[in-house]
Design a protein around this ligand. Structure first.
Ligand code: AQP
Length: 333
């Protein structure tokens, strides 16, 4: 039986190789299976948990749609829409914030990382972010959620909310309990500058990530400057455990070129990083450059991008409004 897929990407600009390899590549793969029903959401309500410039946000929403399409998602086969246009997301998020417990949210590591030392100044939305994410998923009865490894904890919270709602109102199976779809290997791509930090849109250094809109020269330059250690290329997988930057670069190679890790280690074993980096740049350029070119082309056709969003919004609204109506009935509204 086919899967009901739901996943989202924040329109916060600088979509990068981590977003692509951790999430979007998998979206494309799943959407190519005709048995699956796929919904891909531009989660603009999530993005305002930190300050956004309205003009940039509008542009970033379109750029996220362009990235989906340029990467290979067909808007005729999958629903693509932006979250703020389907009001059921905000409604369900409020209801779920009365289901979720403070203790559950207090355990979320992403809030701790993003709020940093200044927790008092973080928005309430940043704290309750996973509750809105649960609304996104549960409104569509999604069975599977393709995400990067960093979202695993949020998905567990979504499952807890679904379970508690079903138990509280004694309706087995009203909310489906969604399964995460996380790639087995290299589900967390790390910064090019620091193998202990994930590659991230908000990193101040542009050299920490490969943006999906980078030119070939920018990609080559960033890989050339990517941090490594002074030793030659590793000779075994075991060695990678202590060499985080080498592990990340080899992982990127393996994931983007779909080549087994062991084969790559064997090919470059004991050689200089420079030779490996040259080949790595090439495989990234081969994959990313066509996407980047297509994003730029699509960004010139805002009418087309807006049409994708309004068609997607109609389809998503139809599904979500039926579910929220049932939620209201169950709760006694
Ligand atoms: N480094 C990563 N490796 C693998 N997967 C990643 N994802 C993000 N970073 C990596 C996955 O991409 C999807 C969309 O992410 P998002 O836009 O919703 O937000 P994010 O996780 O907050 O992305 P960033 O880049 O880390 O943004 P900032 O800098 O704002 O925190 C998700 O499935 C995510 O797992």
């Amino acid at each position: 039986m086919g899967k009901k897929i739901f996943s989202g990407v924040q329109p916060t600009g600088n979509l990068h190789l981590g977003n692509y390899l951790g999430a979007i590549k998998n979206f494309v793969h799943l959407s190519n299976d005709i048995d699956n029903n796929c919904i891909f959401c531009v989660v603009d309500l999530h993005s305002i948990t930190v300050k956004q410039d309205p003009k940039e946000l509008r542009n970033n929403i379109r750029e996220t749609v362009a990235t989906f399409v340029a990467s290979g998602i067909d808007p005729k086969k999958s629903i693509i829409f932006n979250q703020s246009r389907v009001s059921a997301h905000s409604e369900a998020a409020w209801i779920f914030s009365c289901v979720a417990r403070m203790g559950w949210l207090n355990r979320m590591t992403q809030f701790k990382e993003k709020a940093g030392k200044d927790k008092e100044k973080a928005s309430i939305g940043l704290f309750s972010y996973p509750v809105l994410m649960a609304a996104d998923i549960l409104l569509y009865d999604a069975t599977h959620v393709p995400v990067g490894d960093d979202q695993k904890q949020h998905l567990e919270l979504c499952r807890d909310i679904a379970q508690k709602f079903n138990n509280d109102f004694q309706i087995d199976d009203f909310f489906k309990i969604p399964e995460p779809l996380i790639q087995k290997q290299f589900s967390r791509i790390m910064s090019l500058k620091d193998g202990t930090k994930k590659m991230s849109k908000s990193d101040l250094s542009d050299f920490s990530r490969i943006n999906l809109t980078d030119s070939s020269d920018e990609i080559i330059n960033k890989i050339k400057k990517a941090k490594t250690d002074i030793m030659p290329m590793p000779v075994s997988q075991k060695e990678l455990e202590k060499r985080l930057e080498a592990k990340n670069l080899i992982g990127i190679f393996s994931s983007i070129a779909d080549i087994d890790l062991e084969k790559i280690i064997k090919r470059y074993s004991g050689k200089n990083f420079s030779e490996f980096k040259k080949d790595l740049s090439q495989v990234i350029v081969d994959k990313i450059y066509p996407i980047s070119k297509e994003i730029k082309k699509l960004m010139g056709d805002t009418v087309y991008l807006d049409k994708i969003l309004s068609d997607g919004c109609d389809k998503a609204s139809e599904i979500a409004s039926k579910k929220i109506k049932k939620i209201h009935e169950i709760m006694g509204f």
